[in-house]
Design a protein around this ligand. Sequence first.
Ligand SMILES: [Zn+2]
Ligand SMILES: [Zn+2]
Length: 271
Amino acid sequence: MLKQDAHLHTPFCPHGSLDPFHSYIEKAIKKGFDSITFTEHAPLPPSFQDPTPEQDSAMKLQDLEAYITKLAQLKQEYKGQLIVKTGLEVDFIKEYEEETRTFLDCYGPELDDAILSVHFLPAGDDYICLDFDEHAFQQLISIYGSIEQVYQSYYDQIHSSILSSLGQYKPKRIGHITLVQKFKQLFPYEMSPELCQKVTLCLEETAKKGMSLDFNTSGLRKTYARSIYLDQWMIDLAKKKKIPLIFGSDAHQAEDLGYAYDQFEDIMRFR
Ligand SMILES: [Zn+2]
Ligand SMILES: [Zn+2]
């Protein structure tokens, strides 16, 4: 099996570190990786208002060309040593599918790989970034009325993202499908049978569409998550349905590249 880390952020991330590309790459080589994909947060739809205080959820459209050019250079520079792929983590945002599709039609041809993620949930007339911090999550609970309802909304969005028509360059991998659990130590919640059914449906659709799942280890580094962003039963079901699980550290600093890869190996070994 090719050793890859397919979810990495970069110095182009406005909320990440300024660690240069080379530090990520050197780290990958040192840790014995064959391939890495940089998946910076794609520019948000032009008419979408980033709800975070610093409006720093994603890279700006004016930086995208530089990002793509830089990666093209790095691919050449490390040829024979490490496969470097150009990717993006694209947001699925309800009501903004059209703009997202237009974006993908334009930049998709430049990409080797991409992830489709849900970070923003509709909340009243606005949106809230569900993984921003515990206060944002609390706000979601207040608006939706219960933790259960927040989860329902999250999985409705995940479901829509899988079924969405985003054109021929639609990302093939669904990002961190339990991101809604990021603050679960503060807001404990056991998924209801109804919700589990919804997640099961999501996985069935993922399989049908020939898509894959982000095996995202960043939750292990988060104080209130302390877990991979996949429940064990989801991993089991994904394996049963032959959905590829793709390792991603979701590193926002070079230090975290390949984070907890051994856990991924252990889980994949017993398939
Ligand atoms: Zn990020
Ligand atoms: Zn993400």
